[in-house]
Every structure is written in C-alpha cells, then in structure tokens.
Design a protein around this ligand. Structure first.
Ligand SMILES: [Zn+2]
Length: 104
C-alpha cells in the first residue's frame, strides 16, 4: 500500500521540475506514425528541401520543420518529407539541429 501511494508523489515532483516533456515523450510511434508518413507523403512525395521525388516507404524520413527540441509541435502541419541517404537532406537537417543546440 505504501508503494502505490508513493508513486503519484514522485510523478508530481518530476513534472514540477521539468514541466516541458522531452522530445521522446512527445514523439508518436508505431501505427500512428506510419499513417502520418503515408498521409504527408501522399500530399507531396517530394523532398521539402531539394525537391527530389522520394519513394514510399523507405526513400524518405518524416522531419519536424521546427524540431521538437526547439519547441516544435508534433503535428502534421509541422512535418515535412526529407530525402534520406548519405547525402540526404534529413541527415543534413539532423546535423544542423544538433549543431544549434551545441551553440557553436
Ligand atoms: Zn532532399
């Protein structure tokens, strides 16, 4: 009984310390994500950056226009198609997002 009453308290404490959920908390997964990928790709199957036509489902990555770590929302309107690969725009964008956080 003691353990079960303790748990909500810890959760409350934690949410008070960091009331902004982390990116991984907000990121959707699984079936919802697959549906979103198809939905957004169907609207425009081109890379948002270089305009390259990308293939479903393995030719692109869904990217957040405003990164979640930058306060972007995990909604369709904040998602775009980016091509992937060694010279893909998704890799470049990810590197840029990480660079911003490091404040180089
Ligand atoms: Zn591209």
């Amino acid at each position: 009984m003691k353990l079960t009453t303790l748990r909500p308290k810890v959760a409350t404490l934690r949410s008070r310390v960091q009331n902004v959920p982390t990116a991984s908390d907000r990121r959707i997964t699984g079936r919802t994500l697959q549906n979103r990928r198809l939905r957004i790709w169907s609207k425009d199957p081109h890379c948002a950056k270089c305009g390259r036509l990308v293939a479903y489902p393995h030719g692109f990555e869904l990217d957040h226009v405003v990164a979640l770590s930058q306060g972007g929302l995990d909604v369709d309107a904040n998602c775009q198609v980016l091509c992937i690969g060694t010279d893909g725009c998704h890799e470049a964008k990810t590197r840029a997002d990480l660079g911003q956080r490091r404040s180089r």
